[in-house]
Design a protein around this ligand. Structure first.
Ligand SMILES: Cc1ncc(COP(=O)(O)O)c(C=O)c1O
Length: 429
């Protein structure tokens, strides 16, 4: 358990005292437990049972170098969605041949970089439309005079009905989403890539969405891919296929109350079984988890600025806002809030509406049971994914600090941006 309250009442995360972190680094500050991230990746890796695979960590969830390097050291590769993400993954030691590149509108420069890097290019450019196939082919022709083929994987949109299965803003595998080649066009897209003298079809991929708490939609999307592969092979095609990529989306128990939450390893075991049943066991299995590898292993520390008690509400106003952690405003997500100084006394706990300082009604972290006496500082839990990476300087607020814990102590931290720098830059603009 990475978050524990010791006998003296100190709240420790990965063994480091959160009160000391607040005192030393100020707030808002993200804290990541690198050891827990490594052990989560190892647990996921074991679920492949020695079969050929790639855990392509979805870098968008958390781009901190120490986090990426920790995952790279466990053998993970990366799923990236932009040129800068590709470059940060490479800078953190991930080999090009362990990186896949998704995204609906890659620029020509980004495609050129991906197909040239390391001499041989990355594992696969994941094309998401028929139009993109033509664009990647044109870039291959322009930048590979030697005629060496560019490795491509086709991301298919499984056209599932995902209503009620996850938040509408993070469901991607349905007909109204911009992602992936529509299921109806999938066979045509595979043929198009296979028929190109400049492209090599090495993979087929799907990513149905994020934060699934049951394996059912994940398996449904994967089965669609396996059917596609079976049909193609039945026609004597798909000879160069090396991997099948069933995407990310493994959910996290943000409530901490699910009796038996589905673990990332459960998704992998289930999809491997499906892969074997479909006769596609010879292909390497790629998965693209982001959230599940990092969310539970990060907290966001904030200080309480003031309270406001009215007839209708008790507001606890903290110095972290939607600019630091956007998920509640964007997805109506709820992160548990824990007081740093003292555990909740259930008999005397009251409901506090925890809000940030940003001038938006959606800057609201929801109702939380905390002691009547307001805490001086709090931790927002499960904030390791889609936290810092979505942060902004809205309202003139500076980006939060990130601290990294390993072996029970802080091993590194970033520096809080200088307000004067922001003022000068904005004044100049
Ligand atoms: C293509 C792709 N792969 C993987 C992921 C990671 O999803 P998650 O963080 O839910 O595992 C995303 C997230 O949006 C994505 O768009």
């Amino acid at each position: 358990m990475p978050l524990v309250r010791d006998a003296s009442g100190q709240l420790k995360f990965g063994g480091a005292s959160l009160q000391e972190l607040v005192a030393g680094l100020g707030t808002p500050t993200y804290v990541y437990d690198l050891d827990a991230i490594a052990s989560g990746a190892r647990e996921l890796d074991e679920a492949f049972d020695g079969g050929p695979h790639l855990i392509a960590y979805a870098v968008k969830a958390n781009t901190a170098g120490r986090v990426i390097r920790t995952l790279a050291a466990q053998g993970c590769g990366a799923d990236v969605v932009s040129g800068p993400e590709l470059r940060v993954a490479l800078a953190c030691g991930m080999a090009p041949e362990r990186i896949v590149y998704s995204g609906v509108a890659k620029t020509d420069d980004e495609i050129d970089y991906a197909i040239a890097v390391g001499g041989g290019g990355i594992a696969a450019v994941q094309v998401e439309s028929l139009e993109e196939i033509a664009r990647v082919e044109a870039r291959a022709l322009a930048s590979r005079p030697s005629g060496r083929k560019v490795q491509v994987s086709v991301r298919v949109n499984p056209s599932l009905d995902l209503d009620g299965l996850t938040h509408v803003n993070i469901a991607t595998g349905h007909d109204a989403a911009k992602f992936g080649v529509p299921r109806a066009d999938a066979t045509g897209a595979l043929r198009l890539v296979e028929g190109s003298p400049h492209l090599r079809l090495v993979g087929v991929a799907v990513h149905v969405g994020s934060q699934f708490t049951s394996t059912a939609p994940y398996l449904e999307a994967a089965s669609m891919l396996f059917d596609l592969i079976r049909a193609g092979r039945g026609d004597g095609r798909l000879r160069a296929l090396a991997f099948v990529d069933t995407g990310g989306g493994f959910g996290v128990d943000y409530t901490g109350e699910q009796p038996n939450p589905v673990r990332p390893a459960d998704f992998v075991r289930a999809v491997r079984a499906e892969q074997q049943r479909a006769g596609a066991g010879d292909l390497s299995l790629t998965v693209e988890p982001g959230r599940s590898l990092v969310a539970p292993h990060g907290v966001l520390l904030a200080r309480v600025i003031q309270t406001k008690v009215t007839e209708t509400a008790r507001w606890l106003m903290i110095d972290a806002g939607m600019n630091d952690l956007l998920r509640p405003a964007l997805y109506q997500a709820k992160h548990r809030v824990v007081a740093l100084e003292a555990p909740v006394d259930a008999a005397r706990a009251v409901s506090w509406r925890v809000v940030g300082p940003v001038c938006e009604s959606s800057d609201d972290f929801g109702e939380h049971r905390l002691n009547d006496a307001p805490p001086r500082a709090v931790a927002l839990l499960d904030a390791g994914a889609y936290g810092y990476t979505m942060a902004s300087s809205y309202n003139g607020r500076q980006l939060p600090v990130e601290a990294f814990v390993s072996g029970g102590r802080v091993v590194a931290h970033t520096v809080r941006p200088d307000v004067e720098g922001w003022v000068a830059e904005r004044a100049r603009a």
